[in-house]
Design a protein around this ligand. Structure first.
Ligand code: CP3
Length: 354
């Protein structure tokens, strides 16, 4: 393994506390997975849900990107819907499609199917995976859970959706059931990240990928209190939290006041403006367009440099993409980005603040 021994605390944790660090921390959403040949080599052909029953294999996959790229964090190999497999939702993750629920939640009669998790029974393999990773890692392990709106979108629609119409219809027409679902999903998320932190995860990221489909008014009425609960529950665990969604530029003023320690920006958000506005109060993470990894090397590194300069007003900054690594990404390009951020990150942030 590449030497990643650090003076404590590590750069990622320093950045999330908005303290200066000796380098700009960098990791990539969806860094473990299909873009890595070593992942495809050990992954086999069964569903990711099968792989997750095998802690040794799941841990190996979690560690692969740290070994290859020298990133400043590992993110647990799991999935936002994995905690729901034991519930009567007929859940599967279909390759090329995503999460599918054969028995989706459509109304009050279905609410009983969202039962609380029993960590000892339902999260035992995850706990063991986190144990193995924590022992092996010299950088922090990021635990994660799905944000309640995004998980609800899968469990209510029954499959990935473009317009979230069934989800919004439920939200608008049966507010009681909606809030009950959201409360249950927050309980599940807190049980999941509770186990991850108890077994060694040092940071928690909430992936609320599809929250950007909501108007600010709807965010405030239908989601806010649940995110506040989630943020305060993570805070009680004593670890920093990062909240990430796609298309959140218009929601940033709302998200900024939910209580998360840091916010991950998607690539369409204006990092510079967010850093000016929120950089004293919030850690910021992001937001290189994942498609720039398909550009020429000079173009790519110019984009990385521009991102670092824009981040300057943020006291705490973590370099990342603006969404997950695309499956066809060349791992060599990601390695170059890590080396560049480590070598030039602090100087470019200084340059940006002038
Ligand atoms: O490296 C990491 O980031 C850790 C692992 C991780 C996975 N899913 C593994 C996975 C994480 C953090 C997730 C989160 C997740 N899952 C999100 C939020 C992040 C985002 O991309 O917005 C979402 C929306 C999901 C739901 C989901 N699961 C989708 C849309 C898919 C892709 C389906 C496909 O095949 O196109 C999955 C499956 C999945 N989860 C894969 C991986 C590596 C791919 C299938 C596989 O290799 O088994």
């Amino acid at each position: 393994m590449q030497s990643t021994k650090q003076t404590s605390p590590p750069p990622l944790l320093r950045a999330l506390e908005r303290l200066p660090a000796d380098r700009v921390p960098v990791w990539f959403m969806r860094q473990a997975g299909r873009s890595l040949p070593e992942y495809r080599a050990i992954r086999g052909s069964e569903s990711i849900l099968e792989v997750l029953k095998d802690p040794e294999l799941s841990a190996k996959i979690t560690l692969q990107p740290v070994e290859r790229y020298g990133v400043d964090a590992a993110i647990l190999y799991s999935d936002i819907v994995a905690p729901y497999v034991s519930m009567p939702l007929e859940l599967d993750i279909v390759p090329g499609v995503g999460p599918v629920a054969g028995a989706p939640l459509r109304g009050p009669e279905d609410l009983g199917r969202l039962r609380p998790l029993d960590p000892d029974r339902d999260l035992a393999a995850m706990a063991e995976t986190v144990d193995i990773c924590s022992c092996a890692l010299e950088v922090p392990l990021i635990g994660f859970a799905g944000g309640p709106f995004t998980v609800a979108s899968y469990l209510v629609e029954g499959r990935p959706s473009r317009d979230y119409l069934i989800t919004k219809e439920l939200m608008f027409t049966d507010e009681r059931s909606w809030h009950s679902i959201m409360a249950s999903l927050v309980d599940v998320a807190l049980a999941v990240v509770g186990v991850q932190v108890a077994h060694g995860a040092a940071v928690v990221q909430i992936f609320d990928s599809w929250i950007g489909s909501l108007a600010p008014r709807h965010f405030n009425r239908f989601v806010r209190t649940h995110l506040e609960q989630l943020a305060s529950g993570i805070s009680d665990l004593g670890v920093p939290s990062i909240y990430f969604g796609v298309g959140t530029a218009g929601l940033l003023p709302e998200i900024a006041t939910t209580g998360f320690a840091a916010v991950g920006l998607d690539w369409r958000s204006d990092l510079g403006a967010a850093a000016e506005r929120y950089g004293d109060a919030l850690g910021l993470q992001g937001n290189l367009d994942p498609a720039t990894l398909f550009a020429s090397e000079p173009f790519l590194l110019d984009e990385v440099a521009a991102t670092l300069r824009e981040s300057a007003p943020a006291a705490g900054y973590v370099f990342n993409l603006g969404h997950g690594v695309l499956p066809a990404t060349d791992p060599g390009k990601l390695a170059d980005v890590v080396a560049f951020v480590h070598e030039k990150g602090l100087a470019l942030r200084m340059e940006g603040s002038r």
